[in-house]
Ligand binder design. Structure first.
Ligand code: 5GP
Ligand code: ZN
Length: 138
């Protein structure tokens, strides 16, 4: 997509600190890191959100994730990693080209989750599971 910043990074029109590149995948350092070594793994072809990706391209992209996490861990010495993937504006997606954040974590870092745990009324969990299974089988 001609006006997409991440497509321009893949094509080299915008420079990046590239970490890996093949037919399906491109990885580079985030310009606004939550921690040193914060990396982004993206598909080389343009998809706005994860649900739009063909399974084969998602597989080609995600096969790099374990090695990338290991490399970021080894180089930064972090003690944990969050892999984060935002879909849609409401989910904090700013750049509309699929990307996985690989974010190094340390015990004393400044990033704190708001993780408001809920619960299900009787029967609701099974009802939802049944509906999702039916959707997967379509
Ligand atoms: P989002 O909020 O969409 O999940 O994250 C987009 C990420 O892309 C942000 O963390 C932001 O710092 C990063 N980003 C945006 N523009 C550029 C750029 O031109 N170069 C690099 N390396 N990262 C970028
Ligand atoms: Zn794009």
């Amino acid at each position: 997509m001609s006006d997409c910043i991440f497509c321009k990074i893949v094509s080299g029109d915008i420079p990046s600190a590239c970490l890996l590149k093949d037919d399906d995948a491109f990885a580079f350092l985030d310009i606004g890191p939550l921690a040193e070594g914060h990396a982004l793994l993206i598909p080389t072809r343009h998809y706005e959100t994860l649900d739009q990706m063909p399974a084969s391209e998602a597989a080609g992209l995600l096969r790099h994730l374990p090695a990338l996490v290991r490399a970021v861990q080894a180089v930064t010495g972090c003690t944990g990693v969050n892999v984060l993937q935002n879909n849609g504006r409401v989910a904090h997606q700013v750049v509309p080209h699929v990307h996985f954040h690989i974010i190094p974590r340390t015990a004393d870092d400044a990033w704190h989750f708001n993780w408001p745990v809920g619960d299900y009324p009787d029967g609701r969990m099974a009802e939802l599971a049944t509906a999702i299974v039916a959707e997967l089988e379509k």
